[in-house]
Design a protein around this ligand. Structure first.
Ligand code: ADP
Length: 518
């Protein structure tokens, strides 16, 4: 196994199920690479451990090679070999774990949504820790993301090391005890609950952990909850915006974990995500018809014309507003409001382009119906698939961008939209509430107002914001242009958010050192 290079900063290892652009389903993938790059830029040594999926974008991995050494890990009473691959993604060293297990865990043609996801990712969590141990790595921070890697975490308890899930339970006694563990929950809707007996497969002690103060799901007995375990046992728990961190501590937002989060509130904070401003940059974006910048937004109009041609939309009036929407079509995103926005935009005389797909059959079918209905309409186009390249062109071409989420932990699309000069129209929730401020809200200093917001998650709420956006757009073209330019200049980089993570990491590391000394 290759050894870790030395660095004067912290040594941070992320264990995750996604990383953009090689394995991305949603925002988690963007966060893992964006945060890692920013940490690396600040002088820290950052490594990432991912599953080796068959469906990754292999051409985005540099120097991929398999290592000679094989890592063995425990599962269901047996030891299994794991091939370890190493490569570079976006300048970051990444380890890919390929389990030699007959179930071919990561050879399924998709990242998630398999019947045995719990097994797949508890296997991966255990193998990732085994890799760190066998490679002789001594990270300062192990940073886990979402339920898929929540099995890793554990809280150091000097009185009883056997308290915790994998890390402290099984690995600290083997000498892997330098690290503090940080857990980030990107969306509390996904908690990975399963029947308690399943926990035993990766070697955890079901009897010890299936308790109300540990991993037992708050809704009832017999089920365990990996996210709850991670909240209980991590040294640091974060989520992806300050407003969402408040919302999940209430019965409406907590999805059953509010009491757990409240009792661990001292170590729980919300840090707003940034975006990777190198890959999301309209002045260098090769995918675009024409590059443009805040100082010269003429190219934006050319991108609008190009997209209209590409999608065979009517192209006669450059001032006809184009509304974009790029999203996973799941109830969280307010699918009924997205559908309504399509029809309302049409009534208001605009154009609407939706790029999205749904893991939920009936939603996918419903939108396929709408797509078909409008397939040769001059003003509406629905493209129901995942398409990274097309997403860039829609951000660049659209004048407005709609996000009517019911809840939204952070949301990245409003940040990307603003960077590309598309004005966000959003529901005031979670990270949308921390990043979009209404143009007509007198309580907010003028220089921070950057979009349109609404509170009520219904058609009236959305109509109000959409109509105001159309009024501003058609009413005063000059001030709209200034708004576009101002938004494009806002700093959405990871720089300040990464600094907040570093502060948490450092505090935790020095607390650990102080405890060791006493
Ligand atoms: P979530 O993580 O809940 O899906 P976020 O707003 O945090 O939502 O992140 C969504 C990310 O996924 C953005 O980078 C967005 O551009 C991208 N995305 C979503 N749907 C698609 C799609 N159909 N095609 C291409 N990119 C998409």
């Amino acid at each position: 196994l290759i050894s870790s290079p030395t660095s004067s900063g912290l040594h941070i290892i992320h264990i995750a199920a996604e990383m953009a652009p090689v394995a991305k389903v949603g925002g988690l993938g963007d966060v893992v690479s964006g945060l890692s790059k920013a940490l690396q830029k600040k002088g820290h040594l950052v490594e990432i451990i991912l599953p080796k999926y068959d469906c990754m974008e292999y051409d985005r991995i540099g120097d991929l090679k398999v290592l000679d050494a094989v890592v063995e890990s425990y599962f269901d009473g047996h030891l299994f070999k794991n091939k370890i691959w190493v490569g570079t993604v976006e300048g970051l060293p990444v380890y890919f774990i390929e389990p030699q297990h007959p179930a071919k865990f990561f050879w399924r043609g998709q990242f998630y949504g398999e019947q045995d996801d719990f097994k797949r990712f508890s296997f991966f969590s255990r193998a990732a820790l085994e890799l760190i141990l066998q490679a002789g790595k001594n990270p300062d921070i192990i940073h886990c993301h979402d339920w898929q890697t929540a099995f890793v975490v554990g809280k150091h308890d000097s009185y009883n090391l056997r308290l915790a899930p994998l890390y402290w339970d099984l690995y600290a006694p083997k000498g892997l005890n330098s690290a503090r563990v940080c857990f980030t929950c990107h969306n509390f809707e996904y908690q990975g609950t399963a029947s308690a007996s399943e926990l035993g497969s990766c070697g955890l002690d079901v009897h010890q952990l299936n308790r109300p103060d540990r991993m037992q799901d708050n809704s009832g007995h017999g089920r365990i909850n990996p996210v709850k375990g991670a909240v209980v046992f991590s040294n640091i728990v974060t989520t992806v915006s300050p407003t969402y961190a408040q919302e999940v501590r209430t019965p409406e937002g907590g999805k059953g974990l509010q009491a757990t989060l409240n009792s661990h509130s001292k170590k729980f904070v919300g840090i707003l995500n940034g975006i990777d401003t190198d890959s999301w940059d309209p002045s260098t974006d090769n995918v675009l018809e024409v590059q443009y910048s805040a100082d010269d937004i003429q190219g934006k109009a050319e991108n609008k014309e190009a997209l209209r041609k590409q999608l065979k939309l009517s192209n006669g009036d450059p001032m006809q507003p184009l509304v974009g929407c790029i999203t996973r079509l799941v109830p969280q995103k307010g699918v009924h409001l997205i559908r309504h926005a399509i029809y309302r935009t049409l009534e208001l005389g605009g154009q609407f382009v939706l790029l999205g797909s749904s893991p939920v059959d009936h939603i996918q079918r419903e939108f396929e119906g709408i797509a078909k209905k409008f397939q040769s309409h001059p003003d509406i186009r629905l493209i129901l698939k995942y398409d990274e390249v097309l997403s860039h062109t829609i951000y660049a071409a659209s004048d407005m961008f709609i996000i009517p989420s019911i809840f939204e932990p952070c949301g990245l699309t409003q940040l990307i939209a603003m960077r590309y000069g598309s004005i966000p129209i959003v529901r005031k929730t979670g990270g949308l509430n921390d990043s979009v401020f209404d143009l007509d809200d007198d309580t907010i200093p003028q220089q921070f107002r950057n979009g349109f917001t609404f509170l009520s998650p219904n058609e009236q709420g959305l109509n109000g914001a959409l109509e105001r956006a159309f009024d501003h757009y058609t009413g005063d073209n000059e001030s709209w242009k200034q708004l576009v330019q101002r938004n494009m200049k806002i700093d959405f980089s990871w720089d300040s958010s990464a600094a907040q993570y570093v502060e948490l990491y450092e505090k935790s590391v020095s607390r650990a050192k102080a405890t060791k000394r006493t």
